[in-house]
Design a protein around this ligand. Structure first.
Ligand code: AMP
Ligand code: DBH
Length: 550
């Protein structure tokens, strides 16, 4: 076999041997890998439909377990032939099309590691993912939602020292066409991967300058997928509609696409998340389950009142990514006719669910409880001392599917994790007497825009690059629809630019649109705390006052 030009992934996963042994002994970590996953399901579920959805050419495709496995195997052979090797990282940026599922499983089969970008990411983010992971390839679709990903690929290539091979689903122009890569024979796997090695890199919303990459292993992730599927009652009758971006950790694994394929159910990909599109698919496909972020859940509630579509097949609507209010949660059963399941998860690991048979009071007013008996959850004060049950504090966690460190980020890891390996989630929570978590707020410097996470510091750094910005502080402002939006407080240098100019400037730096500040406020100086730091809480209060005055 030819060897890769790219260095292997340098990081270890950081689980101490004693913990790894415990997780194996308990049966959480098994030998199963994502390399074998789909083949094993094809042997079991054969001609059952695995995936239905749009494809890159705009058609509608439906693939059985056998067909999907065959296509992924043939694509893996083609990817190998085109120079992508086991161990290589490949940045995948695809919308909800069937090729997404095919590509991910082809990479797994080959032993290459997907790096999951979101369709909303732009040059700044994608170039960083490619260079930071030394990616051998970058896989996109031609166009989606009015955006040309080939133009983005050109920018990424021209700014890279070691440009990745660009592979395009659909019209490839000068790049490699995905359709030309499928060989006539599936790959023969020569080097099986180790279940406790890194399977892929997932993204975190981030709190500092750049998004952190999250190394997840086959064993830890598959455990969370299996348990999630069990907790959520997923089986071969499940028909899951995927409306959130498929590569996001929630629709991927909680229980998501992987949980449904694990159990032999059917994944239906929605081309867009609008209630009109989704409701038509629910009726046509007999959808039983869907995962949403709070703003979408609210849009669905509003649309359900006037739809003529038959939504009676729906059994569960999962809501997560940001806090879903109890008031909204209460409306789900009467207005959508199904159970609401709150999901509080993170790409770093820990996932909490309300259980389907929980009493209404728990379903609507908590964010669930962990899936594993070995999920260690601590609620602590400023000094890492545990607080009494019922009191709010910082959530720390450690367990069989929570990472021990971000990819190549030693400095950040020394503060993001405790010495004992607990992940500092940055969330303020309280535990109920029954062991459920209620999310009360956030300590991390991040804005949660309806589930899309924006690191204040990242946006601040981009604004600071503007010649007339002397200083800047990005904070959240309350929003009835998204929960929060971003507001940038700016101290100017010389002549004041307009709001629009600053937004355009940030956009022009190749940042995902959801990170462009929603509002810009010009101030003379910032309020400071006792030690002289910018007081973001005071800025938020000032903002609330401004917004309250008409
Ligand atoms: P990330 O680390 O980027 O995967 O984002 C995970 C974060 O999203 C969590 O740490 C929370 O801040 C937030 N989050 C996810 N689900 C919920 C939820 N159900 N309620 C409140 N916050 C949530
Ligand atoms: O917000 C998230 O990252 C998230 C939410 C729900 C997540 O990663 C998950 C479930 O697995």
């Amino acid at each position: 076999m030819t060897t890769s030009l790219r260095a292997p992934l340098s990081d270890t996963t950081g689980y101490p041997a004693s913990f790894a042994e415990r997780y194996r002994q308990a049966g959480y970590w098994t030998d199963e890998t994502f390399q074998q996953f789909l083949g094993a399901r094809a042997a079991e579920f054969e001609d059952a439909v695995a995936v239905v959805g749009p494809d890159a050419t705009g058609g509608d495709t439906s693939l059985t377990y056998r067909q999907l496995t065959d296509r992924a195997g043939r694509l893996a052979a083609g990817l190998l032939e085109s120079g992508i090797h086991p161990g290589d990282r490949v940045v995948v940026q695809l919308p909800n099309i069937v090729e997404y599922v095919e590509v991910v499983f082809a990479l797994f089969r080959l032993g290459a590691l997907p790096v999951f970008a979101l369709p909303a990411h732009r040059e700044h983010e994608v170039s960083y993912f490619c260079s930071f992971t030394d990616a051998a390839a970058y896989i996109v679709t031609d166009r989606h939602s009015g955006f040309d990903y080939r133009a983005l690929a050109r920018q990424v290539v021209s700014s890279s020292e070691q440009p990745p091979t660009v592979i395009v689903a659909g019209d490839a122009q000068e790049f490699v066409a995905l359709d030309d890569l499928r060989g006539s024979m599936p790959i023969t796997v020569e080097s099986p991967v180790d279940a406790e090695s890194v399977a892929f890199l997932q993204l975190s919303g981030g709190t500092t300058g750049v998004s952190k990459l999250i190394p997840r292993t086959h064993a830890d992730y598959l455990y969370s997928v299996r348990e999630s599927a069990r907790v959520c009652g997923v089986d071969e009758h499940t028909r899951m509609l995927v409306v959130l971006p498929a590569a996001h950790n929630f629709p991927m694994s909680s229980p998501g696409i992987l949980g449904v394929l694990h159990a032999g159910g059917r994944v239906v990909l929605a081309p867009d998340p609008s209630p009109d599109t989704a409701f038509a698919l629910i009726e046509r496909e007999g959808i039983t389950m869907v995962s949403l972020v709070p703003p979408l859940a609210l849009a669905w509630l509003a649309a359900a009142a006037r739809t003529e579509r038959d939504l009676s097949s729906l059994e569960v609507i999962q809501v997560g990514g940001a806090k879903f209010s109890a008031e909204a949660a209460k409306r789900v059963r009467p207005e959508l006719g199904c159970t609401v399941q709150q999901v509080f998860g993170m790409a770093e690991g820990l996932v909490n669910y309300t259980r389907l048979d929980d009493p209404e009071s728990i379903l609507v007013s908590t964010q669930g409880r962990p899936i594993s008996p070995d999920d260690e959850v601590l609620v602590v004060d400023e000094h890492d001392v545990p607080v009494a049950v019922g009191t709010s504090g910082h959530l720390l966690t450690r367990g069989p599917y929570t990472i021990r460190g971000y990819y190549r980020a030693p400095e950040h890891n020394s503060t993001a994790f405790t010495e004992d390996g607990f992940y500092r989630t940055g969330d303020i929570v309280r535990l109920t007497d029954d062991g459920y978590l209620v999310v009360e707020g956030r300590a991390k410097d991040q804005i949660n825009r309806g589930g899309e996470k924006v690191a204040a510091e990242e946006v601040e750094n981009h604004l600071l690059a503007h010649p007339r910005v002397a200083d800047v502080a990005v904070v959240s402002m309350p929003d009835p629809y998204l929960g929060e939006r971003t507001c940038a407080f700016v101290v100017v240098l010389g002549e004041q630019p307009t709001q629009g100019e600053l937004k355009k400037f940030v956009r022009g730096r190749g940042l995902a649109e959801y990170k462009v500040p929603d509002k810009v406020m010009f101030v003379e100086h910032f309020p400071v705390t006792g030690v002289g730091k910018i007081s973001k809480s005071e800025l938020r209060r000032a903002l609330e006052k401004t917004l309250a005055t008409p």
